[in-house]
Write a protein that binds this ligand. Structure first.
Ligand SMILES: [Ca+2]
Length: 178
């Protein structure tokens, strides 16, 4: 009984400090990137294949296939697989987009579950050239951080192999806007 109370106390403590930090500042929790079992500088993630399914830990890999497999393991649903029945019911996060450095889904990639108010934080500012909307997601893109300046949105679920010269290497923030 003592142990249960102790655990409960710790849980409440952790919960209230999480709530507190959420209230104190709108800033995101401190992001940390991991590649091959080691921490890497955050800006290096834009040279790898990463996902934020373990947010605020960014998990990075040498290939997109490895990133997808890891995301599947962590979140119970892989990017690009769609809404299946295999997902863990307790996990709410769903990937809504994978974006790429180059056209035709080439180069470094990033799969995300959340809104990204400033792509420069992860080295992805003015770099995106193609993307795949996942799980019925509907990413909306802005040319400045904090969802400002010009915006672009394609159809829900769209895969766009080249976003075109008007938008190429210009996006600075992205959010799922169904
Ligand atoms: Ca690019």
């Amino acid at each position: 009984m003592v142990r249960i109370r102790l655990l409960l106390g710790i849980t409440l403590l952790v919960s209230s400090s999480l709530l507190l930090s959420a209230n104190v500042s709108a800033a995101a929790p401190e992001l940390r990137a991991v590649y091959a079992g080691h921490s890497i500088p955050l800006l290096q993630v834009s040279t790898l294949h990463c996902h934020d399914g373990a947010y605020p830990i960014i998990r990075c890999f040498a290939t997109e296939a490895e990133a997808t497999a890891d995301a599947n393991r962590i979140i119970g649903r892989a990017p690009g697989i769609g809404l299946g029945t295999g997902g863990q019911a307790s996990i709410q996060a769903t990937f809504y987009v994978t974006f790429y450095q180059d056209e035709n889904y080439g180069g470094a990639s990033w799969s995300t579950t959340g809104a990204i108010s400033d792509l420069s934080q992860i080295g992805w500012n003015d770099a995106i050239t193609s993307f795949k909307s996942l799980n019925g997601g509907h990413p909306k893109w802005w040319t400045d951080s904090n969802y400002s300046a010009a915006s672009a949105q394609w159809a829900a679920g769209a895969w766009v192999a080249n976003i075109g010269s008007n938008w190429n290497d210009q996006f600075s923030s992205v959010k799922n806007v169904p």
